[in-house]
Design a protein around this ligand. Structure first.
Ligand code: SAH
Length: 244
């Protein structure tokens, strides 16, 4: 599992966020994967305000209480919305250019840090992982490390809110049945690489997880999973609470 932060010349999303913030517009943020066709992230969506956010995200922000950690803050959209609601939030990101942009946009506590770094120790009441936030876990095999880290970071009674899509729709046949190779790797394990202008990032793992699989792992590590809200496209918001 990677515990580092990114070098500025390997930070394409940060470069796009930085451009959009300083110039009011940005070029193409391209996304490549060995499993999918080339795609693009509209940089503007990374700057969404509360009213532009999907309901799932709005719900997570409403339910967040106490000292809040926004993991992978990006442009700071969620932390800024939390600050406007009068809540106490800290954003971390491995992208140095995103952290610079967050600070310049008024995020009071934005830090360059990797969630999994042993040096990142502090406690919170709510941990937010939004915009397919399960992705940051990377692979199913990282679940033990993820939950161990969460146990260290969460205050008693604390909770994690994370959203994900269940990628099973990609394997749906015309008759509605699902063709999933159960002997292969878990179908939500995706590799991505991003590019913005001349800045190319390294390939990274991103985990999409279905609610049932998430619940099974959560239970194994002493957490209770609850599906708070269902989205419009096989996506959902989950709340994971550490069992007393
Ligand atoms: N939450 C933001 C950004 C989502 S993109 C939004 O909804 O708009 C995911 C972000 O997570 C990126 O900015 C990426 O740099 C950051 N990230 C990825 N792995 C991370 C890790 N291990 N620790 C902290 N941040 C991470």
């Amino acid at each position: 599992m990677n515990i580092a932060t990114l070098a500025k010349d390997k930070d394409p999303m940060g470069a796009a966020i930085h451009d959009y913030f300083t110039k009011g517009r940005a070029g193409k943020l391209q996304v490549f994967s060995s499993q999918f066709d080339e795609d693009e992230i509209p940089v503007k969506t990374l700057f969404r305000s509360m009213s532009d956010m999907p309901l799932l995200e709005q719900k997570a922000l409403q339910l967040a209480t106490g000292k809040i950690l926004d993991v992978g803050g990006g442009s700071g959209c969620h932390t800024l919305a939390l600050q406007e609601m009068g809540k106490d939030a800290c954003a971390i990101d491995i992208s140095p250019l995103s952290v610079e942009a967050m600070k310049a946009r008024g995020v009071k506590d934005a830090r360059l840090a990797n969630l999994f770094a042993p040096t990142f120790t502090e406690t919170f009441d709510t941990v937010l992982m939004l915009m397919n936030g399960s992705g940051i876990i990377g692979k199913l095999s990282n679940m033990p490390q993820f939950f161990i880290k969460m146990k260290q970071l969460l205050n008693p009674g604390g909770a994690i809110f994370l959203d994900s899509s269940d990628l099973k729709y990609l394997f749906e046949d015309e008759d509605g049945s699902f063709l999933i190779d159960l002997a292969g790797d878990y179908y939500g394990e995706i590799d991505f690489q991003m590019k913005y202008k001349h800045v190319e990032g390294d390939t990274f793992d991103w985990l999409y997880i279905d609610f049932q699989t998430l619940s099974l792992y959560a239970a194994e590590y002493g957490f209770e999973a609850e599906q708070i809200e269902e989205g419009e496209h096989y996506n959902y918001l989950a709340k994971l609470t550490l069992k007393a």
